[in-house]
Design a protein around this ligand. Structure first.
Ligand SMILES: NC(=O)C1=CN([C@@H]2O[C@H](COP(=O)(O)OP(=O)(O)OC[C@H]3O[C@@H](n4cnc5c(N)ncnc54)[C@H](OP(=O)(O)O)[C@@H]3O)[C@@H](O)[C@H]2O)C=CC1
Ligand SMILES: O=C(CO)COP(=O)(O)O
Length: 349
């Protein structure tokens, strides 16, 4: 058993700290607010993020990042995507030994269109202090992990040993961890399902039923895979835990902040009103911006993402966006990749 440093004490960082503590590791949980550290160390709770949950006494809150990472065996980064670069830059200044960095955040950076592992590698500026980056992703709401409900996730890294190291750190009877070598696919699936969850929430807010939700989830996965494959992902990854699995949990669960935010927008709230009322990060908003830009840059058709982008950033009404999606030109269901096979099948019949 070792010492693991968790940077980010929101709902997900705290729930993952609990998994590590259950596995016998000493956990140092870093947060930026002093009063939150006091709450973790004195009352063993984190009420604003995981209400009603008691934390193990082996989870120690740290206000100093330097102390949090001193002589650590691994670092888990779980801050929102927008805070990742500044957190890693601060980390680089205080880190004294080479470690594996695992991240469990889900997003794409607007402007650069980088995945989180790419941001971490860039900010660490080489391999002197960075053994490898691992992503942990999959269908896993913090609320249920903190209740020790059976959960499955995937870890991926360019370095297979680092992925197996992370698998061993987290794996237990309630938290089953798979490995997958497709780092691009795992990160893209985890980040982009938030866009689709926002749209599923929107359909709910507009009073629509289950048919549109199933359509958005299925065609949403098709466009996630289309972009992912263009970026070098294995298409099969999108049928796995970090793809379809996470899409299902986020588009159907009351726990999803992205689904809830979409629902409020569908009900007529403005984006600012929604973000003010959430109190937690809604990653899908900025990921929609980044993904739409990336799709345009790569020449990849992502109609659901483009429609959500128009609603969020161009003032298009959700109802008009839905009409627009349904009124597009007719096409094959299967992707271009398979069009030749389909054409041949039609010719033969
Ligand atoms: N919640 C979940 O079930 C899951 C979340 N994730 C992903 O994990 C990541 C973190 O989400 P989650 O824990 O849910 O978010 P929360 O909204 O629950 O918590 C956000 C945390 O990040 C901290 N934070 C915000 N801005 C900064 C900053 N600039 N510098 C340092 N810390 C900052 C907050 O601190 P403060 O309280 O001081 O504002 C808080 O501790 C996201 O990418 C999310 O998509 C992935 C899987 C499941
Ligand atoms: O990623 C998640 C579950 O796997 C959490 O989704 P939300 O951020 O929408 O709550």
């Amino acid at each position: 058993m070792g010492t693991i440093s968790v940077l980010g004490a929101g709902s997900w960082g705290t729930a993952l700290a609990m998994v590590l503590a259950d596995n016998g590791h000493a956990v140092r949980l870093w947060a930026r607010r002093k009063e939150q550290i006091e709450e973790i160390n004195q009352r063993h709770t984190n009420e604003s993020y995981l209400p009603g949950v008691t934390l193990s006494e082996t989870i120690v809150g740290c206000a100093s990042m330097e102390q949090a990472v001193e002589d650590t065996d691994a670092i888990l980064l779980v801050v929102p995507t927008k805070a990742m670069r500044e957190t890693v830059a601060e980390l680089r200044k205080v880190l004294k030994k080479k470690v594996v960095m695992i991240h469990a955040s889900k997003g794409i950076e607007p402007g650069t269109h980088k995945r989180i592992s790419e941001m971490i590698e860039e900010e660490m500026g080489g391999t002197e202090l960075l053994e490898a980056v691992v992503v942990l992703s999959g269908p896993s709401h913090a609320e249920e992990v903190s209740q020790r409900q059976p959960t499955t996730v995937t870890v991926s890294s360019k370095c297979h040993q680092a992925a197996e190291f992370a698998q061993d750190l987290f794996m237990n009877q309630r938290f089953r961890v798979y490995t997958n070598p497709d780092l691009i696919g795992v990160e893209i699936g985890g980040a982009l399902k938030n866009i689709i969850a926002l749209v599923c929430g929107l359909t709910q807010g507009l009073g629509m039923g289950d048919n549109p939700k199933a359509a958005i989830m299925t065609r949403g996965l098709a466009e996630i895979a289309r972009l992912g494959v263009k970026l070098g992902a294995n298409p099969l990854t999108f049928a796995g835990l970090s793809g379809l699995g996470d899409l299902i949990v986020t588009c159907t669960s009351i726990h999803s902040r992205n689904f809830r935010a979409g629902k409020l927008i569908g009900e007529g709230k403005t984006l600012d009103e929604v973000l003010d009322s959430m109190g937690m990060v809604v990653e899908g908003i900025q990921t929609t911006k980044a993904t739409h830009e990336l799709a345009v840059e790569c020449g990849v058709d992502m109609p659901i993402t483009a429609s959500l982008h128009a609603v969020l950033f161009d003032g298009v009404q959700p109802k008009d966006a839905a009409e627009g999606l349904m009124g597009r030109v007719k096409k094959h269901e299967v992707e271009q990749l398979h069009t030749d096979i389909v054409d041949a099948a039609y010719r033969q019949s």
